[in-house]
Design a protein around this ligand. Structure first.
Ligand code: PMP
Length: 399
């Protein structure tokens, strides 16, 4: 075999811990609280099939041909309207369509960071962001969170202690975070933007879950707040996705960024995939134009509310073993095993009993809290949630 030479980032890369767990999914009878998979039973198959047929009938050549790198105008227009309904004023020219919001983050890293640059990420935080940043050679600093998300007081102290200009970027998931489910309160959002202005920071607001609120009042996104503030204007890049509200199989996300960043990301995207699948874009544009998302959303939210409630009810029975913070939306519940029980040891017992979750270690840039874990209530049905939690209870008893 030739002695292949790899780039420094790929000498000995480690894959995603969550994806490593997928091998257990094929074990018969396995119930998974592991992935961030949306519920298959909520996929709006009828309306998507209709949108798909319509898209192809109306514009077959647009579906089949390459398209502009920034995305199809029809979809960008719908996404700008969607952003407007969510509260931010965004023109279609400001929308860059991406192949999933994951690509948005990757493009930003390409355009904004040099190896060795410092990036702040919530602790615990989204592993694929940590992975992408690490591969780019970024120095990742943890920003402390509590059950309300980023602790902006501590962030203020952390930033004040660093030399000016040290932090290039702050990446966060302020609304129904992955993994904690936390939603950053308004006062903290405002403080975060004030810190961005004071320390000349760019904030990446990753928002795939914001539309999945099933209790409490909607809060403005960081993007919306930044638009209302003279000091914070232009300091937020907003990433979002159709994966969690329509279907991840579309692989459609988008970025809203200041012009100088948007243009560079568009050019970076030219060398990544030329353009996002025009066929998928046409289908999504058709689906959104027909108002199908607004029709489907209430049912989706009710469905996730029921699942979350069912999981919280089941977890209340396991209170002696695990402490959790209930989310108001999204797909995740974050837990801490009591008495320092190791989530990895628990996982081994759990797999034997055919239930999966993600041990918390995957979500830390350094010094992982080994007693933490993430449970997703999104994909399993109500019966599976009950059975899975019974099995988890048995696993706890064995430790
Ligand atoms: N950001 C966060 C916080 C996520 O949880 C996910 C999906 N797991 C993504 C981005 C990527 O989503 P997409 O399917 O749009 O690439």
């Amino acid at each position: 075999m030739p002695d292949y030479r790899f780039s420094s980032a790929f000498q000995a890369p480690t894959g995603s811990v969550i994806r490593e767990l997928f091998k257990y999914l094929s074990l018969p009878g396995m119930i998974s609280f592991a992935g961030g998979y949306p519920a298959a039973q909520f996929f709006d198959r009828t309306a998507l099939a209709a949108a798909s047929a319509q898209a192809f009938a109306e514009a077959p050549l647009d579906c089949l041909q390459y398209a502009a790198t920034e995305g199809l105008p029809a979809l960008r227009e719908q996404l700008s309207l969607l952003m407007g309904r969510r509260g931010a004023q965004v023109s279609m020219d400001q929308v860059l369509v991406t192949t999933g919001s994951q690509q948005g983050l990757d493009l930003l890293i390409k355009v904004l960071l040099e190896p060795g640059d410092t990036v702040l990420v919530e602790r615990p935080g989204y592993p694929a962001a940590l992975q992408a940043l690490r591969m780019a050679g970024a120095r990742v600093l943890s920003a402390v969170t509590d059950r309300d998300g980023l602790d902006t007081e501590r962030l203020a102290a952390q930033l004040a202690a660093l030399a000016p200009g040290t932090v290039r970027l702050l990446y966060c998931v302020p609304t129904f975070a992955n993994p904690t489910g936390a939603c950053l309160p308004l006062a903290r959002r405002e403080q975060l933007l004030a810190l961005a202005a004071r320390h000349d920071l760019l904030i990446v607001e990753d928002d795939p879950y914001g539309a999945l609120r099933f209790s409490g009042q909607a809060l403005p996104s960081l993007l919306e707040l930044s638009q209302r503030s003279d000091d914070a204007q232009g300091r937020v890049v907003h990433l979002s996705s159709l994966s969690k509200v329509i279907a991840p199989g579309l692989r459609l996300g988008w970025m809203v960024a200041p012009d100088a960043i948007n243009q560079r990301c568009r050019i970076a995207k030219q060398t990544v995939d030329l353009c996002t699948s025009p066929w998928a874009q046409q289908i999504a544009a058709e689906y959104l134009r027909g108002g199908a998302l607004e029709v489907a959303l209430p049912g989706l939210l009710a469905g996730y509310r029921d699942k979350c409630q069912r999981m919280l009810t089941g977890l209340a029975e396991l209170e002696e073993y695990i402490e959790i913070s209930p989310p108001a939306g999204g797909m995740f519940i974050w837990g801490k095993c009591r008495q320092g029980v190791s989530a990895q040891a628990l996982l081994e017992q759990a797999i034997e009993r055919r239930v999966l979750f993600v041990p918390g270690a995957a979500f830390y840039a350094e010094a992982p809290e080994l007693d933490s874990l993430r449970l997703s209530f999104a994909a399993p049905d109500l019966q599976q949630i009950d059975t899975g939690l019974e099995r988890l209870g048995e696993a706890f008893k064995r430790l």
